[in-house]
Design a protein around this ligand. Structure first.
Ligand code: AMP
Length: 281
């Protein structure tokens, strides 16, 4: 496994692999790796010949300064974990490598509804930053295929939309959410939960599973209300949103019968840690 920090070395390494006819599989991350990230690496190794993982805490996607400052950074441990996985290249650039310019110009793309609902509504500018960094990483890594988690369901939709609009020549693969034994979706932010908040956190998954149970026996609005009420009853949570939406358009669903299928998405604060999760319905 090779650790690379600058674009020139990355280009040389990628060119070498490509000249050997190898397909590049790419897993973009912000580090503080866990089994969820590692499952993407395993997927990449199954579908590509050379696996590149990037580790970069991207400042342009943080709309909250203290979230950026507090974001866990565990590069030594990350490299240790990746060393035991089928990972060929770790790209770990610094901020000036990714953003050499004085004034950052965002991509000229229209994310439409994707940028106005749920995460888009509650984290203004977040997806513009995500789209920009992923586009830049795609240009540098030149992957044939990129692996992203369904845990960040809306982000996956944003990246698909960005790739369509920029014509980045990459196939996007969404991978299932990896969970702790008690149902909590793995997240780099989980290490920041207090023991009390960590103990309460599995209720998120329970509330989402409740929606699946309610499906077809009650209305969409009622199922949403039931799940919301369950989470609001927990004094350690402050719910930002819980929505049941069309899987493709992310528009609010009025009935269970939608051709694209449905997904329920939730974001809440557990103390000063913001958690998101979702369930395909
Ligand atoms: P992050 O480091 O949080 O930016 O995540 C990097 C990638 O890992 C994204 O594509 C995430 O959706 C994915 N990811 C994060 N948590 C999980 C999880 N629990 N299961 C599967 N993929 C995940």
């Amino acid at each position: 496994m090779k650790l690379i920090q600058n674009i020139e070395d990355l280009s040389l390494a990628i060119q070498k692999h490509k000249s050997q006819g190898k397909r590049i599989g790419f897993v973009p991350t912000m580090g503080a790796l866990h089994q969820g990230h590692l499952s993407l690496v395993e997927q990449a190794a199954q579908q590509a010949d050379c696996v590149v993982v990037s580790i970069f805490v991207n400042p342009t996607q943080f709309n909250n300064k203290s979230d950026l400052a507090n974001y866990p950074r565990t590069i030594e441990q990350d490299l240790e974990m990746l060393g035991q996985k089928p990972c060929d290249i770790v790209f770990h650039p610094n901020v000036s490598t990714m953003y050499p310019e004085d004034e950052i110009e965002y991509l000229d793309i229209d994310l439409g509804v994707l940028d106005n609902v749920m995460e888009g509504e509650h984290r203004p500018g977040h997806f513009a930053g995500v789209a920009l960094v992923v586009h830049r990483l795609f240009n540098m890594v030149k992957p044939d295929i990129a692996f992203l988690g369904e845990k960040d369901f809306q982000q996956l939709a944003v990246i698909r939309s960005m790739v369509r609009q920029t014509n980045d020549p990459v196939q996007i693969v969404g991978c299932p959410t990896v969970r702790e034994a008690d149902g909590l979706a793995m997240s780099s932010r989980n290490v920041r939960l207090t023991p009390q908040h960590r103990a309460a956190a599995p209720q998120i998954r329970k509330a989402l599973l409740g929606i699946l149970r309610d499906k077809n026996t009650t209305t969409v609005a009622q199922a949403q209300q039931n799940a919301l009420a369950a989470l609001q009853a927990e004094p350690l949570f402050r719910v930002e949103y819980l929505e049941i939406v069309d899987k493709t358009t992310l528009l609010s669903a009025q009935s269970w019968d939608q051709p694209n299928g449905l997904v329920a998405c939730v974001a809440l604060w557990a103390g000063d840690v913001r958690l998101i999760d979702n369930i395909l319905l």
